[in-house]
Structure formats: C-alpha cells, structure tokens
Design a protein around this ligand. Sequence first.
Ligand SMILES: [Zn+2]
Ligand SMILES: [Zn+2]
Length: 387
Amino acid sequence: MDENNANNFSVEQEIEVNFNNTKCPNCGNNLKFNPETQKLYCEYCDSEIGFEQDSNYQEISLNNAIGVNQTWDSTAKVYICENCNAKIVLSKGETASLCPFCGTAHVISSDELPGVKPNVVVPFMISNSKATDNLKAWAKRKLFAPSDFKKKISPNDLKGVYMPCYTFDSNTYSTYEGRIGVRHTRTVGSGKNRRTETYIVWHHIHGVYEHFFDDVTISASERFTQKQISSLGGYSAQNNKVYEDKFLLGYMAYSSDKAVEPCWNEAKGVIDGNLRRLILSQYHYDVVSYLNVSTTHSNVTYKYVMVPVYIGSYKYGKKMYGFMTNGVTGKTKGKAPVSPWRVLVAVLLGIGLIIGTYFIATASGCLEEASTIAKDAVNLLSNNIII
Ligand SMILES: [Zn+2]
Ligand SMILES: [Zn+2]
C-alpha cells in the first residue's frame, strides 16, 4: 500500500520468486490475500508478502473467444455443494468447509475442471470483519429483525466469494424508423358544447445512430443476478487488475454456469434497450407507436472478470435469509428475517400509545390535539411495519 511497507518486504519479494505462491516462505502455512493491505499474509507467523498488481489487462476479441480461453485446471480445484449444487473454485491446497450459498457443510471435492480462467479480477478491498460490521449496521436498521440476527452475526457467517461476470465493449451502428406522437389540446364546439379535447400529432422518424458501449456487465452465474449486481452498486472498472491466483488465496470463486455466447446475447438485449432510450431521447414525444432498430456490432471485446462479494445466510425458523456485501464498497443488501414477537410488541406499544394519548389529552381537555397525536402514532407505526 504505502512505499515504506513495500520496502520493508523487499526481502520477501525476492523469496516470492522461488515459492509456489500459496505457502508462507517463512513457516510453510497457507497464505491469504489481505484486502486491507492488498498483500499476501500468513496468519501463523504474521509474514506479509507484497506483489505487483498489474492494471494493464487485455480486452479479448469476441471473435477469438474460443481460441484464447486459458483453462484454470492447473491451479484451481472445484468443490460442489451437495445441498444446493453451487460450484465453488478454490486454489489448490485449500478446502471448503461451509457452502457460502446455503450455509451447510455438504461441500465435496470434485474431479470437474474449473473451466475458463478469468483474465481480470476486482480484488477484495474490505476485510471480512469490516463487511460484518456493515452487515450488522444494515441489520440494526431492520426494526423487526430478531435480536439474534442483529447481535450474533460474526465474520464466520460471511464468506468472501469472487463472482464471475463478463463485461462487453461494442461499437454500434444502428438504423431506425418509427412513429412517435405529441399530445396537443384544442377547444371545440360552442356555447354549452364548448370543451377542450386532447389529440395526438404523429411524426414519422428515421435515421442512423452510432454509439460506443463500454463495459456492459453481465453476470455469468445464475446465483448472482443482474438485479443483485445493481443493488450492490456495481463495480468500477478503475479497480480492474490482471487476474492472478494470488487474489484467490483465502477466498472462493464461483464457477461460472454461463458461457460467453449466451452472456453476449444478454448484453445485446441490454444494449438494445439502451439504444432505444438514446434514440428516443433525441426527440420530443409523449407516446411511441412503434420503433424498429436494426443494429450492427463491430469490434466487440470482452473481459471475464471476477468481482468480490461477501455472501452469507441466516436461518430463522425454517427459512434461510441470504445477504450480500459488495467486497469493494461494503454496500449491503439482502432479506432480513422478521421476528413475529417484535411485530407484536410494536403493535401493542402502538395501541398503548394511541389509547394513552387519547386519555391524557381528554383529561386535559384538548380532544382535537389528542386525535392528531393518535393519528401521527398510527402513521408512524404503519410506516415502520411497511419497512
Ligand atoms: Zn508463516
Ligand atoms: Zn450450498
């Protein structure tokens, strides 16, 4: 991170050349990636080993998609959760204990090959304990979540997982034609029949539209939806690094369950939606009768990126509640369990508050004031229940 530290570890950096990247050169234990220092560290002897992060990543031409894909098999291993079928990739030498998706311990080693090696990674930037703090803060805001959930969440409940995404760049050239309408009003009739009516003036539009799309991100996993990516605030390309297995040490990666071609088809759908919006934004209109857009893509490139997410789940009653934290920004989203007791107590308190206010106010003779306060109390209560 800072220069002094980098100098302090110049000796280890020399050693680094000769070891296999996964073991501590000092004591031989497994090394882990530390998001806070962006270095490798050994939790047994506190050794820290810096390494160079390369930001000069390559875009891969979509036409070459099949030729350049490196396989991951020499450095990583696949584990499968027997309970939820999640496929997790770990560095060789590490083992998975709990499944980050369902929380069960039915994770078994598999002979399956890990698939395509990512070419870009967004490294974890916040630690597991920081992510846990964020989760606790998020849970605290959930008024009706059970206290167990608010208090007992520990760093063990969150697992750092790299989720696979494809990001596409494309130069688009579109021709379009359509019909849009603008609403106008006019006064018709006379005397008693005089009235204002609305009518639409239609215009035919056509033209050419060119636009460059950069980093259209499509999830390569069914378990990390487009909606989840955006609810976590997405990932900035500023943090992109050339993928190295070192970033994976101490973390898991989710093996993609979608190939590049179907993801590109999804990206085209996203691009098409954006193009329609961009084309229409050039005009003033109230209604669209139809718009036909025909688009040619050229110089399409992609990156296969691993993005960092802390994933956890909490069992309340018979249901599992999942949550996720952005491994860069710490933004947390998920579903919190609802404690029926908390809801009941809130309702009773609310009723008590309304009755109490009514009696106090009637006693002091200001009935009108009492009913306003009681109404406010009801509003406050119903707002909270909606949350
Ligand atoms: Zn060590
Ligand atoms: Zn599972």
